[in-house]
Design a protein around this ligand. Structure first.
Ligand code: DAH
Length: 343
């Protein structure tokens, strides 16, 4: 039996290690170590051996079986590697520099964000710093301290979202004036950018929009300072343009004015101009000299100091800058619209 085992071993080693492919290797596996294979039938014959030889022969057959399995595994991995190499040799060369089928688009800033950032940069150049305040605000900061007590008719100018009185969503960025002045002493030179909320919805109004508030307080601040700053701002945003200050009313400023910029489309002629509705002017915000009652509310002495304030809607500025006529298109997330402003 020993002789025949050695013969089988030699045969198997050479057959397995030269098996030309995976099918042939599988056939050899079944032949040598399969359930009805050569080794299994030798193991079955063990019972016919005398007891003293049985043990040694059993151990030998098991060693042989382990060896066969190892040789089979080795050939299996050689054949797999060979198959991969052949596959690669067949395939056309892989061009790694070829761009993919789908490219991921690089995002860009929203047009309103771009305008706000530009606005902030311009104001920083002339010494204004940025202040912020909460979007969920108290009636006191949004109205009361801004000289707009309960039942004041000016409250009707803003369609306020109340959460639960006295808590509301701020209807403008002006409450940041109060919050900042309560914490700091003059001189002050700040802008307050942010979201504001009103219950409005049409071509020029949405329930959430962005404003930037401006505030400058010191001794001897005059309306001339306000005009100078706004001219500088408009020059940065649109290029130098004539401005017009139209008397108006806000509870927190006195005197108050609406700021109009000469129309960028018809250059003020008003001839058949859709943009300015043939008036030659475009309204860009509200402004005025801070009302003495506002100073009193924050503990400043209105006889000692003075200041100006202004507020502008960023969507309005972006609409004028980019020629957009429906404010809602900013928020519909239609890439065909937004991509026109990416850069
Ligand atoms: N808060 C005003 C609004 O939202 C805008 C405004 C007007 C702000 C005049 C000011 C100002 O600071 O002085 O309608």
């Amino acid at each position: 039996m020993n002789d025949s085992i050695e013969r089988i071993q030699n045969e198997a080693r050479s057959e397995i290690s030269s098996a030309p492919n995976r099918e042939e290797l599988e056939r050899l596996r079944v032949h040598y170590v399969g359930k009805k294979g050569v080794l299994t039938s030798l193991l079955h014959q063990l019972k016919d051996l005398p007891a003293d030889k049985r043990k040694a022969m059993g151990a030998l057959l098991n060693d042989v079986k382990t060896e066969f399995e190892n040789v089979l595994r080795l050939r299996q991995s050689e054949l797999s590697r060979k198959a991969i190499e052949e596959e690669l040799a067949k395939a056309p060369a892989l061009d790694l520099s070829l761009s993919g089928q789908y490219s991921s688009a690089v995002g860009s800033l929203h047009p309103v964000t771009r305008v706000m950032e530009q606005f902030i940069q311009i104001m920083k150049r002339i010494g204004f710093s940025v202040a912020t305040g909460p979007e969920v605000e108290l009636d006191y900061y949004n109205f009361e301290a801004l000289n707009t007590p309960e039942h004041h008719p000016a409250r009707d100018m803003q369609d306020t979202f109340y959460i639960e009185p006295p808590i509301l969503l701020r209807s403008h960025t002006s409450p940041v004036q109060i919050r900042t002045m309560k914490n700091k002493r003059p001189p002050l030179q700040l802008i307050a950018p942010g979201k504001v909320y009103r219950s409005d919805y049409d071509m020029t109004h949405v329930p959430m929009f962005h404003q930037i508030e401006g505030l400058m307080v010191d001794k001897h601040i005059s309306f001339a300072d306000l005009k100078g700053v706004l001219h500088y701002l408009v020059k940065g945003l649109f290029g130098a343009r004539p401005l017009r200050f139209r008397p108006s009313y806000f509870p927190f400023t006195e005197p108050s004015a609406e700021v109009d910029m000469q129309c960028i489309s018809c250059k003020g002629s008003g001839r058949d101009c859709r943009i300015c509705k043939s008036t030659g002017w475009l309204e860009i915000g509200g402004c005025g000299m801070v009302h003495p009652n506002v100073f009193r509310a924050v503990g400043y002495d209105p006889d000692e100091i003075s200041g100006f304030a202004f507020g502008m809607g960023m969507e309005r500025i972006a609409m004028l800058k980019y020629g957009i006529d429906d404010i809602r298109s900013f928020f519909e997330n239609d890439l065909r619209m937004l991509e026109q402003f990416s850069c």
